[in-house]
Design a protein around this ligand. Structure first.
Ligand SMILES: [Zn+2]
Length: 127
């Protein structure tokens, strides 16, 4: 079992959990500020390197790679923030995305969850 300590990185915990669990096909258990990852298949152990990879991939996908570092200690991984540039802004962006899955048309307030639909919709304002 691998644990990811998110006590210093709560802002990204939920998204990280979803991403990593899906990526390495593990069963995530949230325990206060830690994510515990257990293998779905009892015969298979989770490879710490896979978890490390998945975390870096996640950080890259949300553009926060320079803002966090991963500190491995035995089967414990800790994610610590670094004071990178624009960190606050980037974090606000991902928590906003989390709060409201809908995209809104700035012209009329039309809402959709799909970017393509919004693009198509927006066209009506330019005719
Ligand atoms: Zn509109």
């Amino acid at each position: 079992m691998i644990s990811i300590d998110c006590s210093k990185s709560l802002a990204i915990k939920d998204q990280l959990l979803e991403y990593v669990a899906d990526k390495i096909k593990a069963l995530p258990i949230l325990k206060s500020e830690k994510i515990l990852l257990t293998s779905i298949d009892d015969n298979q152990n989770i490879d710490k390197l896979d978890v490390l990879d998945a975390i870096s991939e996640f950080l890259e996908s949300v553009n926060l790679k320079e803002n966090f570092k991963i500190i491995p200690k035995d089967d414990d991984l800790k994610i610590e923030p670094l004071d990178g540039t624009d960190m606050k802004e980037k974090l606000e962006k991902i928590s906003e995305k989390n709060k409201n899955p809908f995209l809104e048309c700035t012209h009329c307030g039309f809402m959709t969850m799909y970017e393509e639909e919004l693009t198509t919709h927006r066209l009506i304002h330019y005719i």
